[in-house]
Write a protein that binds this ligand. Structure first.
Ligand code: SF4
Ligand code: MG
Length: 336
């Protein structure tokens, strides 16, 4: 399948007055046409910085790219000017956020906000943009679009705001939609509806999606592939089946163990991963998970493991996969 996005060896650092924080360290991944890639990790793992880098929404300074490449349809984004990025944002690559109120404009009707992007990027007339706005509200499942299009965001419920934000993000048929924790603020039923909606829309509008989440549970039905991030690095990546049924990295095991049972009928206790993520102002020399890993060996502290390729789609950065390491089975809690 065609690659829409190719991220290679991305490094993003922040200058703080105390130290240089290495938020993203050598991240590489591809996103294919019509694919949903979930980037999963705890807060501070670098997942949001990675996605904001693709939109070039990182304030620079204090942020800076320290090498690497982000190619969108073969074109390098790292070199693009702010002016050039304005043509790409919203039109080719769109973003939706956890809290719609941060990205919806409270002083403008939802219809105007949809129209704005259509008028700017697609040269539509006001009347054309309104017609398209009605279609979009219908598409994202907002009842009675004729009445809703002239309402302000505060007149929408939380779930409807999320739908409204998705309608705005999809207005120009972007090739890539980045959704940063799009359902975290919503209750479980609405969460499921929004994820269903995104999957449905993907078929209708041919968009590739990057789904950023701390919750591996939302990934199972919503994504095709998963990249697990920890300490600014991707530590394991694979198809959803590989990550759920053949996870190999102890951090992935920890995430699976801290996830409620998929069927929701298990009363086994959820295991939070003990300890805290590494300080990225002074990142560990070896495996970033070493301080929390129950299987850590001498080598882990001083040497960052390379990726071990387990299939065409799965790779994992853990010394346990080296043939010289003792054979370790995933714990029962990591079995789904
Ligand atoms: Fe644990 Fe070592 Fe694997 Fe890191 S490399 S996850 S410390 S076993
Ligand atoms: Mg975040």
């Amino acid at each position: 399948m065609k690659k829409v996005l190719e991220v290679k060896d991305l490094n993003v650092f922040f200058d703080t007055y105390k130290a240089e924080v290495q938020a993203v360290r050598g991240v590489s991944f591809d996103l294919h046409e019509k694919e949903t890639l979930a980037i999963v990790g705890e807060s501070g793992s670098g997942k949001s910085v990675t996605s904001q880098s693709i939109m070039k929404l990182i304030p620079m300074p204090p942020g800076k790219f320290a090498g690497g490449s982000i190619k969108f349809n073969g074109e390098e984004l790292i070199d693009k000017s702010e002016r050039q990025m304005e043509d790409i944002r919203g039109k080719e690559i769109s973003m939706i956020f956890q809290d719609p109120m941060t990205s919806l404009n409270p002083t403008m009707t939802v219809g105007k906000q949809i129209a704005e992007s259509l008028i700017k990027h697609q040269n539509m007339s006001k009347a054309q943009a309104r017609k398209r706005g009605l279609e979009l509200l219908e598409l994202v499942g907002i009842p009675n679009p004729e009445a809703r299009i002239d309402q302000y965001p505060h007149e929408y419920s939380g779930g409807m705001r999320q739908r409204g934000m998705i309608a705005i993000a999809l207005a120009c048929n972007p090739k890539v939609l980045i959704a940063d924790e799009p359902t975290t603020a919503l209750d479980v039923t609405i969460q499921a509806q929004i994820l269903d909606l995104m999957r449905d829309l993907q078929d209708k509008v041919n968009t590739s999606i990057i789904l950023i989440t701390h919750d591996l549970g939302v990934v199972a039905n919503a994504a095709h592939r998963v990249a697990v991030m920890y300490g600014g690095k991707i530590i394991e990546t694979g198809t959803v089946d590989e990550i759920f049924y053949n996870p190999t990295h102890p951090y992935t095991w920890g995430l699976l163990g801290s996830m409620p049972d998929l069927e929701g009928d298990s009363d086994e206790e959820l295991q939070a991963i003990p300890g805290t993520p590494p300080d990225l102002a002074d990142p560990p020399k070896g495996c970033p998970f070493a301080a929390r890993c129950p299987y850590a060996m001498k080598v882990c502290e001083n040497h960052m493991p390379d990726y071990f390729e387990l299939s065409d789609t799965q790779k994992s950065a853990c010394w346990l996969l080296d043939e010289r390491s003792p054979k370790v089975e995933p714990p029962e809690s990591a079995k789904v």
